[in-house]
Design a protein. Structure first.
Length: 234
């Protein structure tokens, strides 16, 4: 096992930026040591995630693909043995999709060209595929594959649909071994948040929040992404 240099020692080797005050540099060095420890903790958690035993076998859920064909989860893998699905809040009762889901899918669309070199990616919604695609084209998304769930069994079973009919976002990872699809991991964000927080993953998959976390104002407490902004806000 590799012996790691202490985070404090690594942080102390970082050089100051122009005109740093001694107070700032000391505080920044202490923070850098914490960031190094956080990075290492994220790596340890990722290793635990990779070591999960096989999850439950997926049911015979049906979906409609972009060609109107009926498919199952196994068909979404393509040449890969791993599939990432995102269930977004765009059911038929919604005039427009969830702004938060949209803020996640925008960057994911760009990243999908890289992701699909290693894994398959699919976006699942309760609205017809044609409706999902129309919004995707409106946003300029070109890489994501969309599917419509047939019935609500999948959404209910994998925490995308609440008992009262409201929708939740749900990110899941699936694996296929010898033709059998099993659930590998889910975000399980619902009702796990700490007081004063919105549900969030660890690490958070949204670049929006990660970048705001780097700023003095952070995420704030009363701002959320929107589907459109006034021109003056750009």
């Amino acid at each position: 096992m590799t012996t790691l240099q202490s985070a404090t020692e690594l942080a102390a080797a970082s050089q100051p930026y122009p005109n740093d005050s001694a107070e700032y540099r000391q505080a920044r060095t202490r923070l850098l040591a914490e960031e190094i420890e956080l990075r290492r903790h994220i790596e340890r958690v990722a290793a635990q995630r990779r070591a999960l035993p096989p999850g439950g076998e997926a049911g015979p859920y049906q979906f409609k693909d972009e060609n109107g064909q009926t498919v199952q989860l196994a068909d979404m893998f393509g040449p890969h043995d791993t599939l990432i699905t995102y269930f977004w809040m765009f059911g038929p009762q919604r005039e427009r999709p969830c702004p938060m889901c949209t803020a996640l899918l925008g960057p994911l669309d760009a990243t999908t060209r890289d992701l699909t070199q290693r894994v398959a990616v699919a976006v699942i919604g309760r609205s017809p595929v044609e409706r999902q695609l129309a919004f995707a084209r409106e946003r300029g998304w070109r890489n994501l594959k969309f599917y419509a769930s047939v019935g609500d069994d999948f959404a209910r079973d994998y925490r995308g649909l609440a008992p009262d009919g409201s929708e939740w976002p749900a990110m899941d990872v699936w694996v296929k071994r010898d033709g059998v699809v099993r659930h590998f991991w889910a975000s399980e964000m619902g009702d796990t948040q700490d007081p004063g927080q919105d549900p969030r993953g660890a690490p958070d998959p949204m670049p929006l929040w990660n970048l705001l976390d780097l700023t003095p104002g952070g995420r704030g407490t009363d701002w959320y992404p929107k589907l459109d902004y006034p021109a003056s806000a750009a």
